[in-house]
Design a protein around this ligand. Structure first.
Ligand code: GTP
Ligand code: MG
Length: 426
């Protein structure tokens, strides 16, 4: 048993029922709640998914009995886009901020593989904005414009065969994120017997492919009967029209054909009234609640778990946000230290490598220097040898020169003496 259940049981045992001896006034709490909600106003967001021109805008206009701003989409959009428009509506004293989101270009691309992705991203973005608001220190959720999608009307083409693979894939991708209400569009273009078979086929395909569509709630006994019956009519076959046609002495919304008139609000003609009843009159609040308690909760849980937050530790003991934060911080610091150590090791390694490289370069330089020194020495030796040889040659030359000079001097003096002798003899 969960610890919160145990705590509640213990608490309940300590609670004693007492009867009041007079009127106190807290029986007005439900009225206070109604007044407060009425004052605040409501918000409801519908996503219409369907091929271009399938009748999305016409159905919205018919459902809310007004003319919303409508843009015709082209069939040549390169990718699916989502267009959201918000309106302020009022009925009696109840204000409703209604956002209608339309898929533009859905099913028009040659490659439809990514068609659903833009829708998934849009829904997640709205959840994320809400989560961010919730996580703020200074929250203002009471006046926050909640853009989360409360109902997704999935328009099925009245082909009379079966669902397209694009329909199945898209619904499968969205069923855990949004309340899907499938509708067969332009149901006036399909015969009664074909429509019956088509509905059965669609439901069996959804079941066999595990697509979870929104089920009208049956736990509240005031609406259990009608909701159970309506669950059996899904998918609703709808007809939309903003045209009014005179039937008897009344003007009614209808589509006029050469062979007859299709009345939008005639339950023998289509399920439009059932859809309006279920979507707006009976289950609007449940759709809002389911969006918050089921789809948003799932998104929030996954997102927080992704961020590393948990409610319990591996031994199923409760863990507070503070503890998780501390654990995350420690983990982060540990990781940081590890990274620092790794970087330090890497740095040391790089320094060592650089040192070895420098040493190698130094060794190479030293080798080159030694070689140059050797070459220089050899050159010097050769030059010295040459110088010595030249010196020797010079010495020999000087000696020879001196000898020659001596000889010259001797022969000169001999010649002088001979001349003197001759003169004397004369
Ligand atoms: P985009 O926004 O351009 O993708 O189109 P849409 O899906 O909003 O369709 P829209 O409501 O503009 O309708 C397209 C055409 O279908 C118009 O000519 C409508 O009159 C027609 N149409 C709308 N609803 C029905 C319907 O229930 N039955 C038939 N037969 N035609 C319809
Ligand atoms: Mg439209």
């Amino acid at each position: 048993m969960a610890s919160s259940d145990v705590a509640r049981q213990l608490q309940d045992k300590n609670v004693r029922p007492l009867s009041l001896s007079g009127h106190v006034g807290f029986d007005s709490l439900p009225d206070q709640l109604v007044n407060k909600s009425t004052c605040q106003g409501f918000c409801f967001n519908i996503l219409c998914i369907g091929e271009t021109g399938i009748g999305k805008s016409t159905l919205m206009d018919t459902l809310f009995n007004t003319n919303f701003e409508n843009f015709e989409s082209s069939h040549f959009e390169p990718k699916v886009k989502l267009r959201a428009q918000t309106y302020d509506l009022q009925e009696s004293n109840v204000r409703l901020k209604l956002t209608i989101v339309n898929t533009v270009g859905f099913g028009d691309q040659m490659n439809k593989q990514e068609s659903y992705q833009h829708i998934v991203d849009y829904i997640d973005t709205q959840f994320e904005s809400y989560l961010q608001e919730e996580l703020k220190i200074k929250r203002s959720l009471h006046n926050y414009h909640d853009s989360r999608i409360h109902a997704c009307l999935y328009f099925i083409a009245p082909s009379g065969h079966s669902l397209k693979s694009l329909d199945l894939v898209t619904m499968k991708k969205l069923d855990s994120k949004v309340n899907i209400i499938p509708v067969i569009a332009k149901a006036d273009t399909i015969s009664k017997s074909e429509l019956h078979k088509f509905k059965i086929k669609i439901m069996s395909e959804l079941v066999s492919n595990g697509v979870q569509i929104y089920q009208f709630p049956t736990d509240d006994e005031t609406v259990a009967k009608i909701n159970t019956a309506m669950n059996g009519h899904l998918p609703f076959a709808v007809v939309g029209s903003t045209e009014e046609v005179k039937i008897g002495n009344k003007m009614v919304k209808a589509r006029q054909y050469p062979w007859g008139v299709v009345q939008v609000e005639n339950e023998n003609h289509c399920d439009f009234v059932k859809l309006r009843e279920m979507l707006i009159c009976v289950n609007m609040e449940d759709l809002r609640e389911q969006t918050h308690t089921r789809h948003y909760e799932l998104y929030r849980r996954c997102k927080l778990e992704e961020m590393g937050f948990k409610d319990t530790d591996p031994e199923s003991k409760p863990v507070s946000l503070q503890q998780t934060y501390e654990a995350k911080r420690q983990e982060f610091l540990g990781e940081l230290q590890k990274r620092e150590e790794e970087m330090r090791q890497m740095f040391v390694q790089r320094v060592k490598e650089k040192e070895a490289e420098l040493k190698e370069a130094e060794r190479e330089l030293q080798g080159k220097f030694e070689q140059l020194k050797r070459l220089r020495q050899e050159e010097k030796n050769k030059l010295d040898e040459k110088a010595k040889m030249l010196e020797d040659e010079m010495n020999a030359f000087s000696k020879r020169k001196a000898a020659a000079e001596l000889l010259q001097a001797q022969s000169f003096s001999t010649n002088v003496n001979i001349k003197k002798d001759k003169d004397r003899k004369k």
